[in-house]
Design a binder for this molecule. Structure first.
Ligand code: SF4
Ligand code: SF4
Length: 370
């Protein structure tokens, strides 16, 4: 089971003095979203989905409305890029006659507010926290993550590659966000999940108390969205199955055959986090930075005397086993959210759900020392 950091609150039905039933949830008109973002941008760096030459990703809100609501399903580049950027300066250094001076980057003061994060991607951040917060404390990630606010937006139109419902989640799962928005027509129903979320909503005059009709609409919208996720995997027992077929070279060679080692499925996976560290020095000024790396690349594990993952099948095995075997053994959670990006974006249609569904049964195994 995923350890949840912020327990969701229970819905309370209240009554106004006129006897009208309202709930402790709020309602915000879609036309007011830009005004709301404007209010929040006074305190936070607001990130929204955007399109850049056909690639959807998260960028700072430009103050120009909320037209992304018309086309946004999910982004190609996941929101992990805000907390663990593809390339990030760790520090600069300057050498002069008096020694070496370290210069810390200014961006570490940022308070990001992610507007519209999907439940699978919010869960992915909770999974990343286990590595960057629990296993060791990564100051670069935590500087942004600890100050960050997640405003979730339930999916209404999941992709056919999504399979979050097989992994203890759903398109409307509010577990890992501060505020959760549900599309109920002209409005969003807004549920405050954490104290941080409650404080945010308490400050705005753009929200009204939600009524019973809004709650009924939200319930129907959630049921409709959840029923649209039809792709399934059998997650129960998957770690044990992978443990038993780890040495089956024939199987892994077969599933790796068409992979071209492009790394897309790892770069764009919201729970993959491998990075490389480099120093760049020009005259007396230098920079240490880290950048995304991928276990799909043969150079990733190259060492002076050998490379334990020179062959492609070993690298693909690593990718699958890291998510479904090693992470559960270390953190008691599968490091895959079922977001489906690796299925949608793989240039050769490599499909993790088919691989997991066709793991060889114990009697079919051909273990070979590898
Ligand atoms: S995206 Fe597809 S081809 Fe590229 S590394 Fe992943 S499985 Fe291989
Ligand atoms: S492995 Fe694929 S489906 Fe799972 S979280 Fe990563 S990109 Fe999404």
């Amino acid at each position: 089971m995923l350890r949840h950091y912020w327990p969701p609150t229970k819905l309370r039905i209240l009554r106004t003095s006129s006897g009208k039933k309202v709930t402790n949830n709020k309602r915000v008109n879609k036309k007011d979203v830009a005004k709301l973002l404007n209010e929040w941008s006074g305190e936070f760096t607001v990130f929204v989905p955007s399109r850049d030459e056909g690639v959807t990703k998260w960028t700072k809100w430009d103050g120009e409305g909320a037209s992304f609501l018309d086309w946004y399903r999910n982004t190609v580049v996941p929101p992990k890029a805000i907390f663990l950027p593809p390339m990030e300066e760790m520090f600069g250094f300057h050498k002069d006659g008096k020694g070496c001076r370290i210069e810390l980057p200014a961006s570490s003061k940022q308070k990001p507010l992610i507007f519209g994060i999907r439940p699978c991607d919010a869960k992915a951040l909770a999974i990343l926290d286990m590595t960057f917060k629990d296993a060791y404390e990564d100051p670069y990630y935590l500087a942004k993550r600890n100050r960050g606010v997640l405003v979730g937006l339930g999916c209404t139109n999941p992709y056919d590659s999504c399979f979050c419902t097989s992994l203890d989640s759903s398109p409307t799962d509010a577990t890992n966000v501060d505020l959760m928005l549900t599309d109920i027509g002209d409005d969003f129903l807004v549920e405050a999940i954490t104290d941080r979320g409650r404080k945010l909503m308490a400050k705005t005059s753009l929200a009204q108390a939600a009524g019973e009709t809004d709650e009924v609409r939200a319930k129907k919208a959630k049921e409709a969205a959840n029923s649209k996720v039809t792709r399934k995997i059998e997650a129960e027992g998957i770690t044990e199955k992978l443990l038993s077929c780890f040495e089956d070279k024939d199987y892994w060679e077969k599933i790796a055959a068409k992979c071209i080692s492009c790394g897309i499925c790892t770069f764009l996976c919201p729970t993959c986090y491998c990075f490389d560290i480099n120093d760049e020095l020009v005259r007396n000024r230098g920079e240490r930075f880290r950048s995304w790396d991928s276990c799909a690349f043969p150079l990733y594990t190259k060492m002076p005397m050998e490379n334990p993952r020179q062959e492609k099948w070993r690298r693909l095995r690593q990718k699958v086993c890291h998510k479904y075997e090693f992470y559960p053994l270390n953190f008691e959670v599968i490091a895959c959210t079922g977001c489906g990006r690796c299925i949608r974006l793989c240039p050769v249609n490599w499909d993790i759900t088919q691989i997991l569904d066709n793991l060889p049964a114990e009697e079919q195994l051909k273990p070979e020392k590898c």
